[in-house]
Design a protein around this ligand. Structure first.
Ligand SMILES: Nc1ncnc2c1ncn2[C@@H]1O[C@H](COP(=O)(O)OP(=O)(O)OP(=O)(O)O)[C@@H](O)[C@H]1O
Ligand SMILES: [Mg+2]
Length: 332
């Protein structure tokens, strides 16, 4: 006779909640046509993107194991997100990749000039409809981390709903983490409205420097870290691009962790998301925050050596080898 199952299968350690997009990247677009006009371009890449989808794919590659909750449209672009998530090993049940019949899949048209300069046209689409109630309490149980990412681009979830989700995650015993997206020309009051309610419920707040500057109205990373730490998160980590990251908390004080040296930057899209995946992978292994940030910097550096947001995202073994053989960035 078989033993009856007494416990449900263990939840994957990380739940990622946030944005998923489809990016159409057009190359060698020097200018846009006038109204009624037509111009040619050379090449189109259709890829999946969005912080939550990228980070969840990178976590799968690292072997950490993650679940993803996003909203896409009930449209062909939504099908592409579902198949990319499934290909990466993510669960794509309808409660995970939710099909929204009122909004289409979020979409970016990216026009890249021969010089590499990019122009973006973005439609927020179904990401605007993601809400706290899309993640029931039962889905928070047994998680090590609940990671909300893509904040500033989620009309319903940003602000008090994110705070509600993070507070429920903590009550369920998970640690919480949040990352933002740079929203150009957004006034500081809007950064406050969308982020302030969540700060006290965060274990890790990990914005990029530009995003933290927009939120605080300050310039200097050390000063920004102090200002943000006073607002309640347990740890702040500012992502500093080629300069690595700055950790600030009450145990470690302020610690600068340098980036790895990347000889040829091919495509920085998704670097921040791969960094987050590396950080979470390290923390789930029981590494210290500084060790986990190093793994994040390695995953990010490996991703920017390849075109595409997650093409270069490493396995855990590849990241370990890379960290042994790659010098740190001398800029640090
Ligand atoms: N030129 C570079 N050389 C080496 N490492 C880099 C470089 N650019 C970024 N990184 C790594 O990627 C991490 C995240 O990049 P960044 O600080 O640009 O975050 P982000 O703005 O959130 O990124 P994204 O634009 O993907 O959202 C950095 O902490 C660093 O480790
Ligand atoms: Mg980012």
């Amino acid at each position: 006779m078989h033993e009856p199952h007494r416990n449900p299968p263990a939840a994957r350690p990380v739940l990622v909640v946030g944005i998923a997009t489809i990016d159409a990247i057009a190359r060698n677009v020097e200018r846009l046509p006038p109204p009624g006009g037509l111009l040619f371009f050379q090449m189109l890449d259709l890829t999946t993107g969005g912080c939550a989808l990228n980070a969840a794919i990178a976590l799968c590659r690292l072997g950490t194991g993650a679940d993803l909750t996003v909203r896409v449209g009930a449209d062909p672009l939504g099908d592409i997100v579902v198949s990319a998530a499934a290909h990466a090993g993510l669960d794509t049940g309808l409660h995970r990749v939710i099909r929204d019949d009122r909004r289409s899949t979020s979409f970016s048209f990216v026009a890249v000039a021969a010089s590499g300069e990019r122009r973006f046209l973005h439609m927020r689409g179904a990401n605007d409809n993601l809400r706290s109630s899309d993640v029931p309490d039962s889905d928070l149980l047994g998680r090590r981390f609940v990671f909300v990412t893509g904040s500033m681009l989620m009309g319903a979830l940003d602000g008090t709903q994110t705070a509600d989700l993070l507070a429920r995650a903590r009550r369920a015993g998970a640690k919480t983490m949040l990352d933002t997206v740079y929203a150009a020309e957004t006034p500081r009051s809007e950064w406050e409205r969308r982020l302030a309610p969540s700060l006290a419920d965060l274990d890790y707040f990990v914005p990029s420097l530009a995003e933290a500057q927009a939120l605080t109205g300050r310039d200097d990373p050390g000063e920004i870290a102090s200002v943000l730490l006073d607002r309640g998160p347990r740890r702040i980590i500012l992502k500093l691009g080629e300069r690595g990251a700055l950790l600030a908390d009450n145990e470690n004080g302020k610690v600068h962790v340098p980036a790895y040296r990347v000889e040829q930057v091919v495509d920085t899209t998704g670097a921040g998301d791969c960094w987050c995946a590396g950080l979470l992978a390290g923390l789930c292994e029981g590494q210290t925050p500084v060790e986990a940030i190093r793994l994040g910097c390695a995953a990010a550096a490996m991703s920017i050596g390849h075109a595409g947001a997650t093409t270069g995202a490493p396995t855990r073994e590849q990241a370990a080898r890379y960290m042994l053989s790659t010098p740190l960035n001398p800029l640090a």
